[in-house]
Design a binder for this molecule. Structure first.
Ligand code: NAD
Length: 333
């Protein structure tokens, strides 16, 4: 089994090192193939995503990616973010999974990632009016719905489909297709919710949700809201999945240039993304659970400065490794 590790930019290499340490304990036989990506790759190879890196990603079981981005390239013609958009498109990862958990809350947002408002026709009319259009084919809705039903089935069996069916045609079709798809998943309890109500419920009673499935833009906004009510973006992992090829596992946060190189980055989101990879790509559910528990233990014992603590990235990682190896014979890492 090989996983491609793209450490990325800024704090990326620092949090990637934490993932490496955890995987050394949990999956010692796993081969980690490292490639430059983002600004690091522009510097080394002249492009944020070289053909060799893309080929390695396509062949891998999974791609574990640190954040990318560097202010140096903000105004450049060749930018790190172009590599990320291309990688997502090339891997066809249409299902973006964003779990959010805290005291009394354990929910999963399944966001459609490659359609809708962000990919529909856009332009400027002769009179100066600017437009973006939300477009979905029923096939695109069905495939994300199926993915969400399967995920709900493996959890608490409750799925909330979020739309704006009182206003939008795409939402009415979305709701119809999700309901039709529900016939194949009689063991999952489905309810529909309008997006404005969903935002209010997420802010005031997030504990009521199990799995939420929604379109690209609603998912973009609701998942950040869910992250905010469960501890902040710095803790939030994500997995982006296709039907057959490798998935892309990455923290939601960026490369944090303001703290890069100081050794104080919080590696939680990267480690939780690693847990998602263990579960979804490698079928190592128990190991994923162990990693999540070890991260929770480290968050309580050795919080990093962004959480009001004083632990360095290395100290936090050591706390994770120590929680993982508790009860195991001592080993050199
Ligand atoms: P950011 O997420 O990098 O940082 C926002 C704030 O959160 C900063 O103060 C930062 O120090 C803090 N922060 C973020 N992650 C942290 C962590 N793990 N530990 C401790 N503190 C953390 O967002 P930004 O500053 O808007 O963007 C910086 C760069 O990252 C930009 O180039 C942007 O394009 C890029 N970016 C990349 C991705 C990605 O790779 N998927 C996602 C978002 C932003």
């Amino acid at each position: 089994m090989a996983v491609v590790l793209l450490p990325g930019d800024g704090i990326g290499p620092e949090v990637a090192e934490a993932a490496r340490s955890a995987l050394a304990v949990l999956a010692p036989d796993l081969e980690l193939e490292e490639h430059p990506f983002g600004a690091a790759a522009i510097r080394a190879q002249g492009t944020p995503l070289s053909d060799a890196t893309l080929e390695a990603c396509r062949r891998a079981e999974a791609v574990l990616k640190g954040p990318i981005g560097d202010p140096e390239f903000d105004a450049a013609d060749v930018r790190p973010e172009q590599g990320l958009l291309r990688l997502r498109a090339e891997l066809g990862v249409y299902a973006n999974l964003r779990p959010a958990a805290a005291e009394g809350v354990d929910l999963l947002i399944v966001r459609e990632l490659v359609g809708g408002l962000y990919f529909g026709a856009r332009g400027t009319r002769p009179d100066g009016t600017v437009f973006d259009t939300c477009e979905y084919h029923p096939r695109e809705v069905e495939r994300i719905a199926r993915r969400a039903f399967q995920l709900a089935r493996a959890r608490r069996g409750r799925l909330t489909s979020v739309d704006k069916a009182n206003v939008l045609e795409t939402s009415r079709m979305w709701r119809r297709v999700v309901r039709e798809t529900a016939r194949d998943y009689a063991d999952v309890e489905l309810d529909d919710m309008l997006v404005d109500n969903a935002a209010m419920q997420l802010a005031s009673a997030p504990g009521r949700f199990d799995v939420i499935v929604t379109d690209n833009m609603f998912g973009d906004i609701l998942s950040d809201l869910a992250a905010a009510v469960t501890g902040g973006l710095g803790l939030a992992p994500s997995a982006s999945l296709s039907d057959s090829g490798p998935g892309l596992y990455e923290p939601v946060h960026g490369s944090a240039p303001d703290i890069a190189g100081r050794g104080v980055a919080n590696p939680t989101a990267m480690l939780r993304s690693t847990a998602l990879m263990l579960e979804h790509a490698l079928g190592l559910r128990q190991e994923a659970r162990r990693l999540e528990e070890a991260v929770d233990a480290a968050l309580a014992r050795a919080p990093t400065p962004d959480l009001g603590g004083s632990a360095t990235t290395q100290e936090f990682t050591a706390a994770v490794v120590s929680a993982l190896t508790a009860g195991e014979p001592a080993r050199t890492l």
